[in-house]
Design a protein around this ligand. Structure first.
Ligand code: ADP
Ligand code: GN1
Ligand code: MG
Length: 366
């Protein structure tokens, strides 16, 4: 987007400093993110993050932004109560508009602004040491959100991680075949259907009362964690658009899907895609240090299943989008959603081969 248009957006926020640079940031598939560098009157540089919220996907931006303010306030209170150091870097701080609203409505969209967390970085791939820190961070995130009163958070995308619903969308896409791509992906469709029964276990367990709803992040890709540039410790969890009631497997699962895969989400060279067991084990160790007291044995046992489930869900979602003619995810090359589908499916098969080893690892906590 043009510099001039972005400065117009910034005019809605109480920023008086001189803008030095505006640059796109990150690899998100949904929102548009920019880093804004300004000069303070004291001659220091300061940075903000400006994001255009994708309101095709997040239809209720009011609820979305109210969730994000509620979650960040709640975490800030927890950190202050326990006397944590450096609170400004441990939770995102969003800046209301000049009119006191929690996002700005501008001609070409809906925008929010927060402070850039200084001395932070995010990774696309992690070492076992970073995975251990990440596990602890998500354990702490879940534990801090566990006393958020029921009803505070709205569902920003209904049925977001409901596998039965995602399969329904997939089947609808197949029967409509809007983009004429179904014949090309017949084999993949068949392989997805073969796993459908096993992959809707979570919804069945919930109906039987064996799984409970918890507040979840629902997008725990590895690049949604900020690490300290110098010490590599986790500062905070970001990208809070999808924080909502859900199952704990979602958050463990999406980290496994991204961080335990030594290849890329859209890797065309399937030989790069391997299950990194040391990363898996370190992450689970870090997570369980924080979470062993509040997880039920059913949840603990199912954590590796969560990795397969979220990988399967992502495969189904990418393929659905491919079949629909690429209307949901940003794509950067021809057949990008099909390439993503194949890479995710390959990782799923490789996770399936490690099922026994992963399940055995969980017996440390059972
Ligand atoms: P997207 O929806 O595009 O994934 P994110 O909110 O995850 O958007 O931001 C994209 C990237 O921008 C992150 O992976 C991180 O590197 C960087 N980033 C986002 N917010 C901040 C922040 N407050 N401070 C520092 N870096 C940030
Ligand atoms: C999207 O915004 P981003 O890139 O962090 C998507 C997630 C998917 C992910 C796949 C709102 O996340 O659900 O898991 O892409 N977000 C939404 O990489 O659909
Ligand atoms: Mg992100």
């Amino acid at each position: 987007m043009e510099y001039k248009a972005l400065t117009n957006v910034l005019n809605h926020f109480p920023i008086e400093e001189k803008i030095v640079e505006i640059a796109p940031i990150g690899n998100g598939h949904i929102n548009d993110t920019y880093g804004i560098t300004v000069d303070t009157p004291q001659g220091h540089e300061r940075k903000y993050i400006l994001q255009r919220i994708n309101d095709q996907i997040f239809e209720d931006v009011e609820t979305l932004q109210s969730n994000i303010f509620a979650v960040t306030d709640h975490i800030r209170q927890h950190l202050e109560r326990k006397g944590a150091a450096d609170v400004a870097r441990r939770v995102l701080t969003f800046i209301p508009t000049k009119e006191g609203k929690n996002y700005a409505i501008v001609k070409d969209g809906k925008w929010r602004l927060c402070y850039f967390i200084k001395g932070s970085k995010s990774y696309e791939n992690v070492s076992p040491q970073l995975a251990y820190f990440a596990g602890k961070a998500f354990g702490e995130f879940h534990s801090m959100l566990s006393d958020l009163p029921e009803g505070v958070l709205g569902e920003t995308i209904p049925n977001f991680h409901n596998m039965s619903f995602r399969l329904q969308q997939f089947r609808d896409a197949v029967s409509e075949d809007k983009a004429g791509r179904v014949s090309e992906v017949k084999d993949l469709i068949e392989e997805i259907e073969q796993r459908a029964e096993a992959m809707t276990l979570q919804e069945r367990l919930f109906q039987e009362g064996a799984l409970k709803l918890r507040t979840n992040h629902c997008d725990t890709k590895v690049n949604n964690i900020l690490f300290d540039e110098d010490t590599d410790e986790v500062l905070c969890v970001i990208d809070l658009d999808t924080v909502m009631p859900g199952f704990v497997l979602s958050d463990i699962g999406d980290f496994i899907r991204t961080a335990v895969n030594s290849g890329e989400e859209d890797d065309e060279n399937l030989a790069n895609i391997q299950v990194d067991m040391p990363v898996f084990e370190s992450y689970i160790r870090g997570y369980m240090e924080q979470a062993k007291d509040f997880l039920t044995p059913v949840e603990i046992k199912l954590l590796p299943y969560g990795g397969r489930l979220l990988t399967y869900m992502q495969t189904v979602r990418f393929l659905t989008d491919y079949i629909n003619g690429d209307t949901y995810y940003k794509t950067y090359k021809p057949k990008h959603n099909l390439i993503r589908t194949k890479a995710q499916f390959d990782f799923l098969r490789k996770l399936e081969q490690k099922q026994e080893e992963m399940d055995h690892f969980m017996t440390n906590w059972l």
